[in-house]
Ligand binder design. Structure first.
Ligand SMILES: N[C@@H](CCC(=O)N[C@@H](CS)C(=O)NCC(=O)O)C(=O)O
Length: 223
C-alpha cells in the first residue's frame, strides 16, 4: 500500500491528485503545519530526515521530493499513462517542466513569501523601516522581474499547445500546478495571463483534482 504523508496546504496535494488520476490505491497520513511558523510537525522527521512534505512510503521505499515521487508513481502505476513515449519531443518537454516547477518556478515564489514576511513581521519599531526598505529593494531588483519573466514565458508556452507538454494532459501539468496556484496567490497571476488562468480552471474542473481535495482537506495557500 502506498502511504502519502500529507501536510495540509502543501505540495503533497499534487501527489494525491496524481494518484487519483492514476486510479491507484493509497492511504493518507495527515500532518498539520504549526499555525504560527507554518513549519511541518516534527513527526515528519520520523518519515524522512528532512521532515518535509510530500513524502511517500511504499513497502520498504521512502521517497521524497515531488518530482521524484511523480516519476516513481507514474512508472509504478501509470501503465504508460500521463508520460510521453521515450525519445519523443514531448518527452523532452515533459522532463523540462517536471524540473522547471521546483528548480526555477518555486525559488522566486518562496523568496516573495519570505520577504513579504520580513516586511510585515513583528520587530522593534526602529528596525521596521530598514527591513521594509531592504525587502522592497530585493523585490524590485530581483524577485518581481523574475516572476514577471517566468509568467510571460509560461503563458507563451500555453499559447502554443493545450497543456505544458503538448495536446495531452500529463503528470508534468500536475507538477506545474503548484507554482501556478502559488503565483495566483502571491505573484500577480491574474486575468492578464488568460492561458495560465484557463489552465488553472481546467485542472480544477478535473474530477480527480476534486477527489484529491476531498482526500487532502481544505487547501488555502499562504500569500
Ligand atoms: N522541493 C521539495 C520541497 C518540499 C517542501 O518544501 N515542502 C514544504 C511544503 S509545500 C514543507 O514541507 N514545508 C514545511 C517545512 O519546511 O517545515 C519538493 O518538491 O518536494
Amino acid at each position: 500500500m502506498i502511504t502519502v504523508h500529507h501536510l495540509n496546504n502543501s505540495r503533497s496535494q499534487r501527489v494525491l491528485w496524481l494518484l487519483e488520476e492514476l486510479g491507484a490505491g493509497y492511504e493518507v497520513k495527515r500532518y498539520q503545519r504549526d499555525p504560527q511558523t507554518m513549519l511541518a510537525p516534527p513527526a515528519l522527521l520520523a518519515v524522512h530526515p528532512l521532515g518535509k512534505s510530500p513524502v511517500i512510503t511504499d513497502g520498504t521505499h521512502t521517497i521524497a521530493e515531488s518530482g521524484a515521487i511523480i516519476e516513481y508513481l507514474v512508472d509504478r502505476c501509470g501503465d504508460g499513462r500521463l508520460k510521453p513515449a521515450a525519445g519523443s519531443p514531448e518527452r523532452l518537454r515533459y522532463t523540462y517542466w517536471l524540473h522547471f516547477a521546483e528548480g526555477s518556478a518555486m525559488p522566486p515564489l518562496l523568496l516573495r513569501l519570505i520577504f513579504n514576511r520580513i516586511a510585515a513581521g513583528p520587530m522593534p519599531f526602529f528596525v521596521k523601516p530598514v527591513a521594509r526598505a531592504i525587502s522592497a529593494k530585493v523585490n524590485e531588483a530581483f524577485i518581481a522581474p523574475n516572476l514577471a519573466r517566468q509568467l510571460k514565458f509560461m503563458e507563451s508556452e500555453l499559447a502554443a499547445r493545450e497543456w505544458f507538454v503538448g495536446d495531452e494532459f500529463s503528470a508534468a501539468d500536475i507538477q506545474m500546478s503548484f507554482p501556478l496556484e502559488v503565483a495566483r496567490q502571491r505573484a500577480g497571476l491574474n486575468e492578464s495571463y488568460p492561458k495560465l488562468m484557463r489552465f488553472l480552471q481546467r485542472i480544477h474542473d478535473r474530477p480527480a483534482y476534486q477527489r484529491a481535495l476531498s482526500a487532502g482537506g481544505a487547501y488555502d495557500l499562504a500569500s
